[in-house]
Design a protein around this ligand. Structure first.
Ligand code: SF4
Length: 242
């Protein structure tokens, strides 16, 4: 998408949120739009909205190799329940892992680099060819996310966050209304769910991400860094690898 088209799209859909934004984007940009989902604590809401519009929408799921088995199970459950037909489980490059994380414990020493090879690089590759990336982040999650807008430009790609304005209550109501299954770990106190070594139970509706990288300064994995490497809402990216 060139800059002119990107700006025109941005202006056309400005002011829309939720399904009102998602539906026209999916219909107007079929084949050029991908959704990124962690199949985490609140993911069912966005995935349900997507399925209501087009079950064949590409969904990118980053299987870092460090996820809870409950997340993998929940992914299968939601795919069946929602009828999603194009969920792409993306894994880290085996060469990157062999060189930089042969023992699988890089998360203990250089977490940013671990996220870089297990999340950021695989996502960048998976998004090649897509002009629009949709994710389910919300302002109520706090930190730099409190400034999220439903649409933003990122280099040659448009980022859409249809749920940016959703509150914890909105999420709960949507889940209940549509009888969506919950991630099993939410029943034992996990508010936000990422990789197993870096996620602990805890958090609250005031600080739902408190259990992510708890006790460290890290708050984001890096997949939402801007195209030019500047931090949108997280630490600076780790150095490039091979
Ligand atoms: S969240 Fe933890 S285990 Fe997962 S990629 Fe990042 S540092 Fe590695």
């Amino acid at each position: 998408m060139n800059a002119q088209e990107l700006n025109a799209v941005h202006e056309s859909y400005a002011g829309l949120e939720g399904r009102e934004l998602l539906e026209p984007l999916i219909r107007d940009f079929k084949g050029r739009l991908a959704v990124v989902s962690s199949f985490g604590a609140e993911s069912a809401v966005l995935l349900h909205m997507v399925a209501q519009v087009d079950k064949s929408t590409p969904i990118i799921f980053l299987d870092t190799g460090k996820l809870f088995w409950e997340t993998l199970s929940y992914r299968s459950q939601l795919i069946d329940r929602l009828g999603l037909t194009d969920v792409r489980s993306i894994q880290p490059d085996s060469v990157d892992l062999a060189i930089h994380d042969p023992d699988g414990d890089l998360h203990k020493t250089v977490a940013d680099q671990c996220c870089h090879i297990r999340k950021t690089i695989p996502l960048q590759k998976a998004l090649e060819g897509f002009d629009i990336m949709v994710s389910g982040r919300k302002r109520y999650h706090g930190g730099a996310r409190k400034n999220l807008t439903a649409l933003s430009l990122d280099g040659a790609r448009l980022k859409a966050e249809p749920l940016a304005g959703f509150s914890a209550l909105d999420i709960d109501l949507y889940m209940a209304t549509h009888k969506l299954p919950r991630h099993p770990l939410t029943e034992i106190g996990y508010f936000s769910i990422g990789c197993e070594p870096c996620t602990t139970p805890g958090g609250s509706t005031d600080d739902p991400r408190a259990g992510r990288w708890a006790g460290t300064a890290k708050t984001e994995c890096g997949i939402h860094w801007s195209h030019n490497g500047s931090a949108i809402d997280g630490p600076q990216p780790a150095p490039s690898v091979h």
